[in-house]
Design a protein around this ligand. Structure first.
Ligand code: GLU
Length: 473
């Protein structure tokens, strides 16, 4: 061996030592890095959610759902992308969290005593009650002792845990658990008479009732459950800490309230008769006018929204008339009709075109900074109460510390236009300001139902739904 080969061996040796030290430094650094740092380094927050109206679904504008939107905002807050796994099986949700395949579950999960032992939870973002539901017209049990028939709940859910607890005092209580059905399916089973009862969270209930008014509440089993995100227990607390900071910000700047308003704000007052009547009309009457709505619709104004406005205005009656002289499908006043170039307000096609133009004129009047969906809700309110009065309400909103660009804030202040103390400070004076609030709520509800009806029709023809499941699993 020559000197230089000795040297080479020595150098090689040094080289390996250096690499080893470097690698172990990198290794120890990644071991020491917190979960939050890892999430940031990989640029992606991984969540698991469930498929359903309160959590995650593919709507007209792509991925939607309260849980999805909330998690998307959290990802944005962390400066990372959101990656979503959606499943129907509650037990999968927990398996994925435990295995570390996802960072957290955003799946409408209640914090229960058992879960609290096994998982860490973020601060809660919503409170719900658990209700026992049955099909209107069937036997109405008033309490657990009166249950007579098949009660089925989601396997692994907070509901099954609650029933186990209640069984201690009600030894005769029995139920089935299902791990393959989603909330939507359980509701269908109740309505089809395959099962007699299921348990629903109150937020699910109000969303389900838009389409299924015959879903009746028997009684409440538990109140004030807190919904929160679940994380692996004993992981470091960095992610929990980030959720805590995120939620305190979301509460402080009203963003949480605004998001809740988007999904639930218009559904507070359930009207059984009205909901049934609307569903029937949508199935039987709308077809006749559908092409008129489609032709008058545009990029900015979905024909289904226009149809929803028209139902609110006239129940799709071209000859409708009100005491104040407004008439037709879109209930236009004579001066408005003239201004819009409409000759005959009683002609359905003309009236719909006029209504569309009128709505868009409102929609475009607002400053550019006002975003959707607030822009549409404000435009609807002004379609109803008039642009001037709505401006008054927005000014009052601002005066009282609210945000005049947010429907959530404006709808709170609109009713003040009835009170002398307030309307005398405004430019346009008195208005029945509670009416546009109801008006907008109704139209939002009708619109959602129409979207649901037409999406389901499409789903049945192109099997959209299966593709969604396949790509998310
Ligand atoms: N909130 C329930 C749970 O925590 C799930 C059922 C539902 O969303 O209706 O298990």
């Amino acid at each position: 061996m020559t000197n230089s080969s000795h040297q080479q061996v020595g150098l090689k040796w040094l080289y390996f030592v250096a690499i080893f030290i470097a690698l172990s430094l990198v290794g120890s650094q990644s071991d020491n890095s917190t979960l939050l740092q890892k999430i940031k380094a990989r640029g992606e927050l991984r969540i698991v959610t469930r498929i359903g109206p309160t959590t995650y679904f593919i709507g007209g504008n792509g991925s939607s759902g309260f849980e999805y939107d909330l998690a998307a905002r959290f990802a944005e807050y962390l400066g990372v992308k959101l990656s979503v796994i959606a499943t129907d099986d509650m037990r999968n949700v927990f398996r994925l969290v435990n295995s570390g395949q996802v960072d957290m579950a955003a799946a409408g999960l209640a914090i229960t005593p058992e879960r609290d032992k096994l998982f860490d939870f973020s601060p809660f973002y919503q409170k719900i009650d658990i209700k026992l539901v049955f099909k209107q017209g069937n036997f109405w049990p008033r309490d657990l002792e009166q249950l007579d028939g098949n009660l089925t709940v989601l396997a692994g859910s907070s509901h099954s845990e609650l029933l186990l607890r209640l069984k201690q005092d009600h030894p005769n209580l029995s139920w089935h658990e299902n791990s393959t059905l989603a909330v939507d399916d359980l509701v269908d089973e109740v309505l089809e008479g395959k099962i007699n009862y299921t348990l629903l969270d109150s937020n699910d209930l109000i969303l389900q009732r838009r389409y299924h008014p015959e879903l009746a509440v028997a009684f409440t089993l538990e109140e004030n459950n807190q919904l929160a995100w679940a994380m692996k227990k004993n992981a470091d607390h960095s992610l929990y800490q980030a959720t805590a900071e995120f939620f305190s910000l979301m509460k402080e700047n009203q963003k949480l309230a605004n998001l809740l308003e988007v999904y639930y704000g218009h559904l507070e007052n359930f009207d059984y008769v009205g909901s049934r009547r609307f569903l029937r009309a949508a199935r039987k009457k709308l077809q006749k006018y559908q092409t008129f709505f489609e032709e008058a619709g545009s990029q900015e104004l979905d024909w289904k929204l226009l149809a929803a406005i028209s139902y609110q205005e006239s129940h799709w009656n071209p000859k409708a008339r009100s005491a104040t002289g407004v008439r037709g499908m879109m209930m236009l006043t004579l001066p408005t009709a003239k201004q819009l170039g409409i000759n005959n307000r009683l002609d359905a096609e003309e009236s719909i075109k006029g209504g569309s133009k009128y709505f868009l004129s409102m929609f475009k009047k607002f400053p550019d900074r006002i975003q959707e969906p607030d822009r549409t809700w404000l435009a609807l309110a002004s379609y109803n109460v008039g642009f001037g009065h709505l401006e008054d309400a927005r000014i009052l909103t601002q005066l009282m510390g609210g945000n005049p660009d947010k429907w959530l804030d404006v709808k709170e202040h609109l009713p003040l236009l009835r009170q002398r103390k307030w309307y005398k400070q405004t430019r346009y004076g008195y208005a029945r300001g509670d009416e546009p609030v109801q008006y907008v709520d109704n139209i939002r509800r009708y619109y959602e139902v129409l979207n649901w009806i037409y999406e389901n029709q499409e789903k049945n023809t192109d099997h959209n739904h299966d593709q969604i499941l396949a790509t998310n699993q």
